[in-house]
Design a binder for this molecule. Structure first.
Ligand code: CTP
Length: 397
């Protein structure tokens, strides 16, 4: 994902400095070239050798060390960076950057870089909340610095509160979003639905399905990476949407219908949700008590949201999913015609590595003009990228 990208990682002196090793490792696994700069205080917490071994690059620790190459080193690093990450960032380093102080390798390189800078602060909760630190962070945000806010929890000092370095995975995800951003969909609105619906039987029970929402979230993220305004209508609660995606949480298919219709002005609509076709006809207001013998719940039909969209669409590019167990391509083609779609993603849920809970998928992308793209087994993020590529090709044609 990050082949050909250089990430300069600045590590400053906090207890969380050791977590920067995992951040380095995650970047390396994604294919990035990682150059680590450590402040003097960071080296009190963890040794440069750790980062050298993981990044497979020399670690820069001292502004006045003999240069390893002819370029002035801090300028060379500043220029090489596609992204500058500071994790963990102390209150001190943020204060210095905001004040324009460049007195070590890290702060001089940050000042010299034209690359985006992502800051992941970590410190004691009282330092974090102090007026000075908050003022510095507000100012840095206004200047265009990106942030991954610290998490809440028990801090190394024993206090409870905000200040714990955010999970390395989340920091790297945010970095990927910044690194891969393009403006292909700038000015376009993309509406995505994701996850299952929940159809109430009574206040404590519902009918649902196994959809995880992962595919829809990956599509929302991919659209956001390409600069779109993204609205995600979601039937799941436990997934993190990409930065800048507007999430509308829903329960039932009726809720989803309302939320979709409120955003019908979208340019692209992707219906990745697994919508229940039926709901209990008369949900009870109070908890249903068990009775002797069996029970039958009468069901009534939900609206087919995608079908309705296909009927009323004007300018919208409409994308559906077809999760099938048999005659996959044929069933998907029929759905594309019946629902008046521009594209349908056919998904054989019985295939190895495909389906609801999996992080991977095996799909065929079918276009209205009859073209078919059968994709190999790949991550849902990669599938999302292929789908967006196809949509953009069509829209530009
Ligand atoms: N869909 C929808 N509203 C529904 C049912 C489905 O918007 N009430 C959308 C899904 O989000 C998906 C597409 O229609 O993009 C196909 O969903 P699927 O469940 O495969 O098809 P159905 O039309 O429900 O057909 P069947 O269940 O008979 O296979």
């Amino acid at each position: 994902m990050l082949k050909g990208k250089t990430v300069v990682l600045g590590v400053t002196g906090g207890i969380a400095a050791y977590k920067a090793a995992e951040i380095t490792s995650r970047f390396v696994k994604l294919g990035a070239d990682v150059k680590v700069i450590m402040t003097e205080h960071a080296q009190e917490f963890v040794g440069p050798l750790t980062f050298q071994a993981i990044s497979n690059n020399p670690v820069v620790t001292d502004m006045f060390a003999p240069p390893t190459r002819w370029d002035v080193e801090h300028i060379a690093l500043a220029k090489a960076a596609n992204l500058f990450v500071i994790a963990p960032a102390t209150a001190s380093v943020m204060g210095k950057i905001n004040a324009g102080i460049a007195d070590d390798m890290l702060t001089t390189t940050v000042m010299a870089t034209k690359a985006p800078v992502l800051i992941a602060p970590a410190m004691n909760v009282n330092m974090y909340e102090s007026a000075v630190n908050q003022r510095n962070m507000v100012a840095l945000k206004e200047l265009g610095y990106h942030f991954v806010e610290p998490g809440e929890g028990f801090l190394a000092c024993g206090d409870l509160g905000k200040g714990r370095l955010e999970d390395p995975e989340k920091i790297v995800n945010r970095a990927v979003e910044i690194l891969l951003a393009t403006d292909e969909l700038k000015g376009k609105k993309v509406l995505v639905t994701a996850g299952p619906t929940r159809e109430a039987i009574d206040p404590v029970r519902y009918l649902t399905n196994h959809s995880s929402g992962k595919m829809g979230y990956a599509i929302a993220r991919e659209a956001r990476l390409r600069g779109a305004d993204v609205v995600l209508v979601s039937g799941v609660r436990d997934l993190a949407a990409a930065e800048g995606v507007k999430v509308i949480e829903i329960d039932s298919a009726n809720d989803m219908y309302e939320a979709v219709m409120a955003n019908i002005d979208a340019d692209i609509i992707v219906k990745a949700a697994a919508v229940a076709d039926y709901r209990p006809a008369a949900p009870s207001d109070i908890k249903i008590k068990k009775m002797p013998g069996d029970m039958t719940i009468p069901l009534t039909r939900n609206k087919d949201i995608l079908f309705e969209l296909g009927m009323i669409k004007t300018h919208q590019y409409l994308v559906g999913f077809a999760a099938e167990t048999n005659d996959v391509i044929e069933n998907a083609k029929q759905k594309m015609v019946k629902k008046n779609l521009d594209l349908i993603v056919a998904n054989d849920v019985t295939a190895e590595g495909a389906g609801f809970k999996s992080n991977t998928n095996v799909v065929t992308i079918l276009r209205k003009n009859g073209e078919e793209k059968a994709l190999a087994l790949m991550s849902k993020e990669e599938v999302a990228s292929e789908i967006l590529d196809t949509i953009i090709e069509d829209m530009n044609a």
